[in-house]
Design a protein around this ligand. Structure first.
Ligand SMILES: [Zn+2]
Length: 418
């Protein structure tokens, strides 16, 4: 018996060696024709989108990003946006934050990433060298037909070549990873807006619970930031923001009801989007809600981008207030806040560096947020489903919850291509 095990062991070891030799040969031939390297200055995942920014010496033409499958040498090309600066070409793979390389579309396989340019009608390849402080990234695809893939984005070295690789393999979704996080706004003592004995916090929770079960019917794994009428912190271990990072959720949807200081007659739906984002998901949500329920697009004109779609950034006064608040509470004010930063913290703080999250400098002294300066984050939106100080809107919100939930589910299904 021992002998047989021993023989098997040798066979396994030998086949292992052979595999390694093949990889060695493969890498040697891969890097034989490489003309140099490009420097990666930023690499991020935001929702489903992986993106790179970097620079390469000289003026390069027709740059594309290439993902080459190591087993069959097939290449997938991605668009790259470039500009010239001094004697360098600056490149990036996206213009809008929720665009670029959609990781859901990557097929199983092991890939090496290159920057490709066309010079004198010849295709020239450059490897990608990590010049950031960030290490490897890990991504789990959205649950479709009860299955997931795991993507590892890594930087490696073969002899003198520094290169970036991406491995995509079938994988079970770990217990702590979710497709979507739903965040019912407020809770506990913080009731939010209220009208006729109805509290916003309760309506938000009712909607989040219904939406969760509707999305689970599609096979999605959904997590709520709170499942009861309790108050939860924004930051810290059990804070709203941490849910996005810990679950690696692709979508983070915060559910609220609006209220105006004046008496509104007809209310209406508003979806707030992050700055510099493609608004197609928000447009779809508001359109489906308006089509499928008795509510309308909001009449609110401030910060309006399109019907029902809103984008608000910090004003100079907001930034000043944040700085005062920081000094009052004894922590350093955030130095990245600008009038280009998204106003709503739940949209801004859950998306990592892509959405300008800062989780402020309290984290430098008290490391209770492990995700400070994260280069991955969730694609986040804030829903103001209706105005609860409008009697007619409150009535619709209470009576037509199932229709709202159906409308939002339809948009999520379309957007995530489930
Ligand atoms: Zn609210």
């Amino acid at each position: 018996m021992k002998k047989i095990i021993f023989v098997f062991l040798i066979i396994i070891l030998l086949s292992g060696c052979q595999k390694e030799n093949m990889q060695e040969e493969k890498l040697a031939s891969t890097f034989k024709d490489i003309s140099g390297e490009a420097r990666v200055l930023v690499f991020t995942i935001y929702g489903r989108f992986f993106n790179l920014e970097g620079e390469i010496d000289g003026e390069k033409k027709d740059l594309t990003l290439v993902m080459r499958n190591s087993s069959n040498d097939e290449e997938v090309e991605y668009k790259v946006f470039t500009r010239k600066e001094d004697n360098k070409t600056i490149f990036k793979t996206n213009e809008l934050i929720n665009d670029g390389i959609n990781l859901e579309q990557v097929l199983e396989g092991n890939y090496i990433l290159f920057l490709k340019s066309t010079e004198d009608e010849k295709e020239i390849y450059y490897t990608l060298n990590n010049k950031t402080d960030y290490k490897d990234l890990e991504y789990y695809t959205i649950t479709k037909n009860s299955s997931n893939r795991k993507i590892n984005i890594k930087f490696n070295k073969y002899q003198d070549n520094n290169y970036m690789s991406l491995d995509c393999l079938k994988s079970k979704l770990p217990k702590n990873i979710y497709d979507i996080v739903l965040d019912p706004g407020h809770g506990g003592k913080d009731v939010g807006a209220n009208k006729n004995g109805k509290y916003e916090s309760q309506i938000n929770l009712d909607y989040a619970l219904s939406l969760k079960s509707s999305l689970e019917k599609l096979g999605l794994r959904v997590k709520l930031t709170r499942e009861k009428d309790v108050s939860i912190p924004n930051y810290g271990e059990d804070g709203r923001v941490n849910f996005a990072y810990e679950t690696k959720a692709k979508l983070f949807l915060s559910i609220h009801q609006n209220s105006a200081i004046y008496n509104v007659q007809d209310g209406g739906v508003e979806v707030y989007v992050p700055n510099h984002a493609n608004t197609s998901f928000a447009e779809s949500v508001v359109k489906n809600i308006v089509d499928m329920t008795s509510t309308t697009y909001s009449k609110n004109k401030s910060n309006k981008v399109k019907d029902g779609v809103y984008m608000r950034t910090l004003s100079a006064a907001d930034i000043e207030d944040m700085q005062k608040e920081a000094l009052k509470n004894g922590y350093e004010p955030y130095d990245k806040a600008s009038t280009d930063s998204t106003y709503y913290f739940i949209i801004r703080e859950t998306g990592g560096i892509v959405s300008g999250a800062y989780v402020d400098s309290r984290n430098k002294e008290k490391p209770w947020n492990n995700y400070y300066d994260s280069n991955y984050g969730s694609e986040s939106y804030l829903f103001e489903l209706g105005y609860i100080n409008s009697s007619s809107n409150l009535d619709i919100l209470v009576k037509e919850k199932d229709k709202y939930v159906e409308a939002i589910t339809k948009s999520i299904k379309d957007y995530l291509e489930i």
